[in-house]
Design a protein around this ligand. Structure first.
Ligand code: ADE
Ligand code: ZN
Length: 346
């Protein structure tokens, strides 16, 4: 591939056009303020904000917790399968427009079951949207059920048991919510049981928390991908291991910026980690809250870090490598990617 043939002026269009997977998207974080208001009206839920604009202007975060408080409040409008369907369908339309070929979607059942919304309600709505995305948009997807780490091990174990009737509709489990003070070790038994049930495993680690949480996500939880992982930069031995084992890191630059993990996008370490041979990918995390879907993450990060077409190619390849799909599917996406780059003269 001749990356030098692609000029800087072509790069934004190429970033948007290239096929890519999205592996770090919380579906509740794709709930746009307009849809929050529509669902609140439909379900007669009272919101603490008088208007869409007032809600959107509350999206000024200082850290992860300040975001999570508002994110869990937003999710309270979701009550029926149709609500979960509408939220996921809106995401699929956005992802399709960004040339996402495959999405692995996080959801937080405890946010809903704690409000007496059943696991069946949550999963049936989300699953139907996945089926329709495949049939109508030609996009594949799978669901990853996340445990809220600020809640107890017991609650996570119970959540896992409740999901067993729907196990075949899930690809894996994850771990999210408030990181500091809730190390991966707290969920060792939950992850062991999930893996015995045949589920894949990922975990948020090293978003705000220390590199030690990345080590224990790998060695105690035996996860296959790290969500975020940007704090690995402070541990040279860990960086070497991540590079050597090609452990994927699902990085979310605009999220890191909005949650003040980096003070400016120019300070982000995605480029450094890519240059050091880590399997980093670009993702949107909670796009309705952080100012952009996946292509916006690519565009702003490339501009801030002066990345080029070769980086774009590597990031797309990484996004295929890191997906929970078989090798023939990855090869098919790679062929699509090469064809795309060729139309830009590479
Ligand atoms: N839940 C939704 N977004 C999250 C994030 N960025 N970190 C941890 N938990 C989350
Ligand atoms: Zn996340």
């Amino acid at each position: 591939m001749n990356f030098n043939a692609i000029s800087l002026s072509q790069l934004p269009a190429l970033l948007c056009a290239m096929p890519k997977t999205e592996l770090h998207i919380h579906i509740e974080g794709s709930l746009e303020p307009e849809l929050i208001f529509e669902l609140a009206k439909r379900n007669q839920v009272r919101l603490n904000y008088p208007s869409v604009d007032a809600l959107r202007s509350a999206y000024a975060f200082t850290d992860l917790q300040s975001f999570l408080d508002i994110y869990y409040a937003g999710a309270s409008v979701l009550q029926h399968p149709q609500d979960f369907y509408d939220m996921a369908w809106a995401y699929f339309l956005r992802a399709k427009a960004d040339n996402v070929v495959h999405a692995e979607i996080f959801f937080d059942p405890q946010t809903h079951t704690e409000r007496k919304v059943s696991m069946r309600t949550v999963i049936s709505g989300l699953h139907q949207a996945c089926v329709d995305a495949n049939e109508k948009l030609g996009m594949t997807s799978s669901l990853i059920m996340c445990f809220l780490r600020h809640l107890s091990e017991e609650s996570a174990l119970e959540t896992l048991e409740q999901s067993i009737p729907f196990k075949d509709l899930l690809i894996g489990v994850g771990l999210d919510s408030s990181e500091r003070g809730h190390p991966p070790e707290k969920f060792e038994r939950v992850f062991k049981r999930a893996q015995q049930l045949g589920l894949r495993a990922v975990a948020h680690a090293g978003e705000e928390g220390p590199p030690a949480y990345i080590w224990s996500a790998l060695d105690v939880l035996r996860i296959e991908r790290i969500d975020h992982g940007v704090q690995a930069i402070h541990d040279a031995v860990l960086l070497q291991r991540l590079a050597k084992e090609r452990v994927p890191l699902t990085v979310c630059p605009l999220s890191n910026l909005k949650l003040c993990v980096f003070s400016e996008l120019k300070q982000h370490n995605l480029g450094q980690m890519l240059e050091q041979g880590l399997c980093v990918t670009v993702n949107s995390d909670d796009p309705a809250y952080f100012g952009g879907y996946i292509n916006e993450n690519f565009l702003q990060t490339f501009a801030a870090l002066n990345l080029n077409a070769s980086h774009a190619y590597q990031l797309a390849c990484n996004s295929f490598e890191a997906a929970f799909v078989d090798a023939s599917q990855k090869q098919a996406w790679r062929t699509q990617l090469d064809a795309c780059f060729q139309t830009y003269g590479a």
